[in-house]
Design a protein around this ligand. Structure first.
Ligand code: TRP
Length: 475
C-alpha cells in the first residue's frame, strides 16, 4: 500500500551546509528590506542597539532550542513535538508553525515577485532616468504604481518566483536545497561586499554612518522595543519551526550551540552590512542632491523599491554604473528572498511528507499551489483592487498589512513562546541538555542558556505580546 512509498528523510552533506542553509533562511527580505526600513523609522542607532540585544539574548536561546527540538524529534515541527511528548496536545504549537509559514509565504512571495520585476527593469536599463524626464521622484513613483496597480504583473512575477522555489524544494534536501544554497550564499556575500564598497565611498557616507551607528537614546520608545523584538524573530526565521525542520536533517555528530551561534552571527552581520549600503546611499542623495531626509527615512515599504532605485540612478559613473549597481542590488534581494522562501516551503512540505505520507514532489507542488491562491488577494491589495486594498472588516487595512501584522505581532511571538515553554518546562531542560551534550560535553553557556530559555525568553515575549494585543484590540 501507500506505506511502502514513505520517502526516506534527507540529511545535509556537512555541518557547513546546514549553517549556510539556516543562515540562508534567516537572511532574507527581513535583513535587506525590513531592517533598514525599521532602523530608518525608529530612530537609527538606538534601534540597532536594542535589536542586537534581542538577537543575542532572546534570538540565540530560541534558535538553539529549535535546533535541539529538530534534531531530537527528527521531523517537521508537528511530527517532532509529537515524537517528543507523545499523547499531549503540544504538537499543536508545531501546527501553528506550519500555518504561520503558510501565511508568511503568501505575502513574502508578493514582495519577492517585485524583486524579480525590478531586476528585469534594472538589467534592461529602465532604472536609468529617461532623457527629458523632469522629476525622478515622479518617474519612479509611476513605475512602482504601474507594477502594484497592475495585478497581472504582480501575479506573474510572484508566480515565477514561487515556481523556482517549488522546483528546488521538490528536488529534495540534498539535490535541491543544498545545491541552491551552495550557489546562492557565496554570490550573495560577493554582491553585498561590492555594493557596500560602492556605498561607503560615496560623498555623504559619513553622515549616513553617524545616523546609523551612533545611538540617540532619546529616540527610544516602547514601540521601538516592540519592533526590535519582532524584527529579531522574523529575521532569524524563529517561531514557526524552520530551524526544527532544518535541524531534523542534521547528523547527530554536530555541535548545536556553535551552529546556533554562527547562524545568529551571520544574520546579524548581513543585516548590519545591508544598513551600510542603504544609509550612506540615502545620505549621499541628501548631501549631494538636496533630498529631503525626513521623507526619505519615513518612506517605509517603498524605501527599497521606490526611493532606492531613484538614488541608484544618481550614482556617479553614467548609465553603465546605474545598470550594474541596480541589477546587482535587486539580484541580491532576490537571492536572499529565495533562500528564505525555500525554508518556509520546506516546513510545509516536510509536514505533508512526514505526517500525511504524501510524496515530496507532490507535497511541494500542492503546498505551492495553495500558497499561490492565497497570495493573489495580497497582490491585489497593493492598489489593484479597492476591496483588498481597504478591507472593510479590518479597519481599512490592506490584506498585506493584516498578514504582516498578524505574523509579526502575534503568530511568531506566540510560536516562539510555545516552543520556549515546551523546551524549558514540558519536554524539559534535562532532555534538551542530553541532546546537546551528546556531542558537546563542554557546553560553556549551559547555565546561561537554561536560564534564558526558561525565564528570559518567555517573559520578554509575554511583555511584547501583551502590549501588542493591547494596542491592536484596544487601539
Ligand atoms: N528570515 C527571513 C527574512 O529575514 C524570512 C523568513 C524565512 C521567516 N523563514 C521564516 C520569518 C520563518 C519568520 C519565520 O526575510
Amino acid at each position: 500500500m501507500e506505506q511502502s512509498k514513505i520517502p526516506s528523510r534527507g540529511q545535509w552533506g556537512s555541518r557547513l551546509v546546514f549553517i549556510f542553509a539556516a543562515a540562508g533562511s534567516a537572511v532574507g527580505l527581513g535583513n535587506i528590506w525590513g531592517f533598514p526600513m525599521n532602523v530608518a523609522q525608529n530612530g537609527g542607532g538606538a534601534f540597532v542597539l536594542v535589536y542586537l540585544f534581542f538577537m543575542f539574548v532572546v534570538g540565540f536561546p530560541v534558535m538553539l532550542a529549535e535546533m535541539v527540538l529538530g534534531r531530537a524529534g527528527e521531523k517537521n515541527p508537528v511530527g517532532a513535538l509529537k515524537n517528543l511528548k507523545k499523547g499531549t496536545p503540544w504538537y499543536l504549537v508545531g501546527g501553528l508553525g506550519v500555518f504561520t509559514g503558510f501565511v508568511i509565504l503568501s505575502f513574502y512571495i508578493v514582495i519577492s515577485g517585485w524583486t524579480v520585476f525590478y531586476f528585469f527593469q534594472a538589467a534592461g536599463g529602465n532604472l536609468i532616468l529617461p532623457e527629458g524626464t523632469a522629476e525622478a521622484g515622479v518617474y519612479f513613483e509611476e513605475m512602482y504604481e504601474s507594477m502594484t496597480a497592475n495585478a497581472g504583473y504582480e501575479v506573474v512575477f510572484m508566480g515565477i518566483f514561487l515556481i523556482l522555489t517549488a522546483v528546488i524544494v521538490a528536488a529534495g534536501v540534498r539535490t535541491g536545497i543544498e545545491r541552491a544554497i551552495k550557489i546562492s550564499m557565496p554570490l550573495l556575500l560577493i554582491i553585498l561586499l561590492i555594493l557596500m564598497f560602492r556605498a561607503l565611498t560615496l560623498e555623504g557616507a559619513g553622515e549616513g554612518l553617524k545616523f546609523y551607528l551612533v545611538p540617540d537614546f532619546s529616540q527610544l520608545t516602547f514601540g521601538t522595543l516592540n519592533m526590535a523584538l519582532g524584527q529579531a524573530f522574523f529575521s532569524l526565521s524563529l517561531g514557526m519551526g524552520v530551524m526544527i525542520t532544518y535541524g531534523s536533517y542534521l547528523s547527530k555528530k554536530e555541535n548545536l550551540p556553535t551552529s546556533a551561534g554562527q547562524v545568529v552571527s551571520m544574520d546579524v552581520v548581513i543585516a548590519i552590512l545591508a544598513g551600510l549600503i542603504i544609509f550612506p546611499v540615502i545620505f549621499f542623495t541628501v548631501v549631494v542632491h538636496g533630498g529631503d531626509l525626513d521623507s526619505l527615512l519615513m518612506s517605509g515599504m517603498g524605501l527599497v523599491f521606490q526611493v532606492f532605485p531613484q538614488i541608484l540612478g544618481e550614482l556617479p559613473g553614467g548609465d553603465g554604473a546605474v545598470i550594474f549597481f541596480s541589477s546587482a542590488f535587486f539580484l541580491l534581494l532576490g537571492i536572499a528572498a529565495l533562500t528564505s522562501a525555500i525554508s518556509i516551503l520546506e516546513v510545509i512540505t516536510a509536514h505533508l511528507v512526514d505526517d500525511w505520507k504524501i510524496g515530496r514532489r507532490k507535497a511541494a507542488w500542492l503546498s505551492s499551489g495553495a500558497v499561490f491562491v492565497v497570495a493573489i488577494p495580497t497582490a491585489l491589495g497593493f492598489g489593484a483592487s479597492a476591496f483588498f486594498t481597504n478591507l472593510p472588516f479590518a479597519g481599512g487595512m490592506s490584506v498585506f498589512e493584516v498578514k504582516y501584522l498578524l505574523t509579526f505581532q502575534i503568530l511568531l511571538p506566540v510560536g516562539a513562546l510555545g516552543l520556549s515553554l515546551f523546551v524549558g518546562w514540558v519536554w524539559g531542560i534535562p532532555n534538551a541538555l542530553k541532546e546537546i551534550q551528546h556531542e558537546t560535553p563542554t557546553f560553556v553557556l549551559k547555565r546561561t542558556w537554561c536560564f534564558m530559555i526558561r525565564y528570559v525568553a518567555p517573559i520578554a515575549i509575554l511583555i511584547v505580546l501583551g502590549s501588542n494585543l493591547v494596542s491592536i484590540f484596544l487601539g
